[in-house]
Design a protein around this ligand. Structure first.
Ligand code: CP3
Length: 344
């Protein structure tokens, strides 16, 4: 099957389909026993990301089990900071840790954007493997973190509830903050271009912490970098569709696709489907937005909510997804029930 005939590519091109294509954020992950087994074989999370054979295997696991319409490359948004020279490790049970960027001296220790490929070449090999092994109808999604979200981790050295350290650096030393945003933006363009050259058919930009940017800061640090990345990618690869996920953007979802050139806006579950159909889907394809807790609780509430969301977005181009990643306590049986409901 040609790329453009795959269901997700058709939705991204603006087609309204009778049954929406579906995939799930974090579809390869700890809720699957086969993932835990492969991760144990790899030893730790980063070794899994950098092992093309094992990363290919975990990417394929949810496709074999559930038959999603797309596979997402198995990797992490924090590999880009590592490739720029930041130290990165995952403290078991605590999430990511990185060396911090607090001033121009720290920034000066980072490498140039062009140097990232040496570290990231195993990821491109995973992409090539996947294009060879995925079923003909399954689209391959590549991804990167958006500059603001990646910067929040690089500045704080960890995940933070309110992105306080990044907001503080923006206020106290905007030169360092802007230099860091620029470096991440350049690296992201090169990283996503290399994924596309290796065979990614769609790319997604994860701005998980976009919701903490307000007013002018949203325009400057969420919209502008997304626009710069998307125009650079489309200049090199005119047909590549881009999904943007400015998570918890609220009213800032309105006009996001037009302002950035994204082909699809992914919605989190803090906005209602009705509101999003009226205010966001009017501009093109949307993706979302079932609350991930339904993958834990299941039952009739899962069926009702899935039907309601599918019905609400049925009149325009649409891709089914959760509003954020499935959690490790999600039940694979509920994923099956969700897919059965979408495809009924
Ligand atoms: O969606 C997929 O299946 C593709 C792979 C993928 C991972 N991370 C694998 C992963 C993707 C697209 C990501 C993106 C990512 N990584 C984001 C943006 C999306 C979001 O969730 O908001 C962010 C913020 C990160 C950074 C990150 N990576 C954190 C904060 C954590 C720890 C949290 C946790 O769940 O433990 C990770 C680790 C991580 N990335 C895991 C997986 C499967 C769990 C690691 C493990 O196996 O222990």
């Amino acid at each position: 099957m040609k790329s453009e005939d795959k269901l997700i590519l058709r939705a991204l091109a603006g087609e309204t389909l009778p049954t929406p294509p579906a995939w799930m954020m974090r579809q390869a992950g700890r809720y699957l026993p086969e993932y835990k087994a492969t991760r144990a074989e790899a030893g730790d999370f980063l070794s899994l990301c950098y092992n093309p054979d094992l990363a290919t295997e975990v990417t394929l696991q949810p496709i074999r089990r559930f038959g999603f319409d797309a596979a997402i490359l198995f990797a992490d948004i924090l590999l880009v900071p590592q490739a720029l020279g930041a130290k990165l490790w995952f403290a078991t049970g605590e999430g990511p840790r990185l060396s911090t960027i607090q001033n121009m001296d720290d920034f000066g220790k980072l490498g140039p954007a062009d140097d990232i490929h040496e570290t990231l070449s195993p990821i491109y090999q995973t992409v090539r493997n996947l294009r060879e092994s995925l079923p003909a109808e399954t689209a391959l999604i590549g991804f990167a973190g958006a500059p603001w979200t990646v910067a929040t981790y690089m500045i704080a050295g960890r995940g933070t509830p309110d992105q306080g350290p990044a907001h503080a650096l923006m206020a106290s030393d905007v030169a360092t903050f802007d230099a860091l945003m620029d470096r991440i933006t350049e690296a992201t363009i090169l990283y996503l271009s290399a994924q596309i050259e290796a065979g990614a058919e769609v790319v997604k930009l994860f701005d998980s912490w976009a919701g903490s940017l307000k007013g002018d800061a949203f325009a400057k640090y969420a919209l502008a970098p997304a626009k710069r990345i998307i125009s650079a990618l489309k200049a090199r690869h005119p047909n590549i569709p881009v999904i943007a996920f400015p998570r918890e953007a609220g009213d800032n979802y309105i006009g996001f696709a037009k302002a950035t050139g994204a082909d699809c806006v992914a919605l989190d579950n803090s906005v209602s489907a009705e509101w999003a159909a009226e205010n966001v889907q009017v501009d093109g394809c949307v993706q979302g937005n079932l609350a991930p807790h339904h993958m834990v609780s299941g039952g009739q509430a899962l069926v009702d909510e899935t039907r309601r969301i599918v019905d609400t977005f049925r009149k325009g181009p649409y891709i089914f997804n959760l509003g954020h990643g499935i959690t490790p306590d999600g039940d694979p049986k509920n994923v099956e029930l969700m897919l059965k409901t979408i495809r009924a």
